[in-house]
Design a protein around this ligand. Structure first.
Ligand code: NAD
Ligand code: TYD
Length: 341
C-alpha cells in the first residue's frame, strides 16, 4: 500500500482527488490533513472507505501539528491546502501568506525530516499572470512568473520554495499548474458555482467589468487524473501545466449556464471590475499530454451538465456553505445580501 499525506482534502479539488483514489486506485491509503477553514467541509467526505482514509484536522502552517501527524514511511505529500480565492486575497492577504507560503515551507521541511519520497505541489496558472486578449499566446512551463494578485503571488512564492527544496536538498518534487476547475462541491464564492446557485434561486449574478475576461476551464476529475499521473510518473523537479483546451469568455459561460437552466439573461448584473483583474488565461497542455499521456475525459458540455445536476440535487449543501461567514463576505464584496431576492 502507498501511503499518501494529502493536505486540503476537505476542499473542492482535494476531496475530488480523495474520492477518485478510493474509487479507482486501490493501492493507496490516505491521511487527509485539513484545517477546515470556511472552504473545508466534512460533508465533502461523506461515505468514504474508513479502512483507506483517515481525516485529521490540522493546520499546515503549524509545524508541531504537521510533525505529529506525518509518519515515517509516507510515500508522498500532495499539497492542496491553500487559501484559494482571489477576491479574498485582495481584501486581506494575511492568511494567504501564512497558509500558502509558510504552510508550504513547513510541509517541505517535514517531508525531509520524515524521509517522504515525493512532494507534489498543487499550483495554478495564475502564477504566470495574464495573457493578451486576442492573442494566440499560451502559458507554457517556461512562461515567466508574473503573478498579479496577492493569491497568485503567494502561490508563486510557494513554487519557488518547492524548487529550492529540490535544488538545495534534493527533495523529489513535482509541481502541477492548472486552470479554472469546475465540478461538484466547489465553494459558491467561485464564479461557476456562484452563478449556478444564484440562477437556481433567481438571484442576480454579479459579472465583473465587461465580462470579456477569458478563463481556461477544466472538469475537476480531469485535473485529478492529471495529478495522479504526475504523482506516479512525473519527473522529479518538473512543472506540468494542465489544461483542457477550453477557453471561454465569462459572458459566454454565464449565458450558457442560464440557457441550460432555462433562466433569463436579465439575471446578469454587471458590477465594478475586480482590481488588477487578469484578462486571459490559456494553457498549452502539450507537455503533460506528451510526457504523462494525459487527456481530459469530459467535454465542456458533459462536465457542465454533471456540475449543474449536482448543484440542483444538493441545495442543502449550498445552503450550508452559504450560511455563516460567507454571508458577511458576500455583503462586503457585492453590496447585496445572499438570498436577498
Ligand atoms: P478550496 O478553497 O476549495 O479548498 C482549500 C482547502 O484547504 C480547504 O479544505 C481548507 O480547509 C484547507 N486549508 C486552508 N488553509 C489550511 C491550512 N492552513 N492547513 C490545512 N488546510 C487548510 O480550494 P480548491 O479550489 O480545492 O483548491 C485546491 C488547490 O488547488 C489550491 O492549492 C489551489 O491554489 C489550487 N488550484 C485551484 C484551482 C481552482 O480552480 N479551484 C485551479 C488551480 C489550482
Ligand atoms: P474566479 O472563480 O474567482 O476564479 P479566478 O479569478 O481564480 O479565475 O473567477 C473566474 C472569472 O469570473 C474571473 O474572470 C472573475 C470573474 N468573476 C465575476 O465576473 N463575478 C464574480 O462574482 C466572480 C467571483 C468572478
Amino acid at each position: 500500500m502507498n501511503k499518501l499525506f494529502i493536505t486540503g482534502g476537505a476542499g473542492f479539488i482535494g476531496s475530488a482527488f480523495v474520492r477518485m483514489l478510493l474509487d479507482e486506485a486501490p493501492g493507496y491509503e490516505i491521511i487527509n490533513f485539513d484545517a477546515l477553514t470556511y472552504a473545508g467541509n466534512l460533508d465533502n467526505l461523506d461515505n468514504l472507505d474508513a479502512k483507506r482514509h483517515r481525516f485529521i484536522r490540522g493546520d499546515i502552517a503549524n509545524r508541531a501539528e504537521v510533525l505529529a501527524t506525518l509518519d515515517e514511511g509516507t510515500d508522498a505529500i500532495i499539497n492542496f491546502a491553500a487559501e484559494s480565492h482571489v477576491d479574498r486575497s485582495i481584501a486581506s492577504a494575511d492568511e494567504f501568506l501564512r497558509t500558502n507560503i509558510i504552510g508550504t515551507q513547513v510541509l517541505l521541511d517535514a517531508a525531509r525530516e520524515r524521509g517522504v519520497k515525493r512532494f507534489v505541489q498543487i499550483s495554478t496558472d495564475e502564477v504566470m499572470g495574464s495573457l493578451p486578449e486576442d492573442d494566440a499566446a499560451f502559458f507554457t512551463e517556461s512562461s515567466p512568473y508574473e503573478p498579479n494578485s496577492p493569491y497568485a503571488a503567494s502561490k508563486a512564492a510557494a513554487e519557488h520554495l518547492v524548487r529550492a527544496a529540490h535544488h538545495t536538498f534534493g527533495l523529489d518534487t513535482v509541481v502541477t499548474r492548472c486552470g479554472n476547475n469546475y465540478g461538484p462541491r466547489q465553494f459558491p464564492e467561485k464564479f461557476l458555482p456562484l452563478m449556478i446557485s444564484n440562477a437556481l434561486r433567481d438571484e442576480p449574478i454579479p459579472l465583473y467589468g465587461d465580462g470579456r475576461n477569458v478563463r481556461d476551464w477544466i472538469y475537476v476529475e480531469d485535473h485529478c487524473r492529471a495529478i495522479l499521473l504526475a504523482l506516479e510518473k512525473g519527473r522529479a523537479g518538473e512543472i506540468y501545466n494542465i489544461g483542457a483546451r477550453n477557453q471561454r469568455r465569462n459572458i459566454e459561460v454565464v449565458e450558457t449556464v442560464l440557457r441550460l437552466l432555462g433562466k433569463p439573461t436579465s439575471l446578469v448584473r454587471p458590477v465594478k471590475d475586480r482590481p488588477g483583474h487578469d484578462r486571459r488565461y490559456a494553457i498549452d497542455p502539450a507537455m503533460v499530454e506528451a510526457q504523462l499521456g494525459w487527456r481530459p475525459q469530459e467535454t465542456w458540455e458533459s462536465g457542465l451538465a454533471k456540475t449543474i445536476e449536482w448543484y440542483r440535487q444538493n441545495a442543502e449543501w449550498v445552503r450550508r456553505a452559504r450560511s455563516g461567514e460567507y454571508r458577511e463576505f458576500y455583503a462586503k464584496q457585492y453590496g447585496m445580501e445572499v438570498g436577498s431576492v
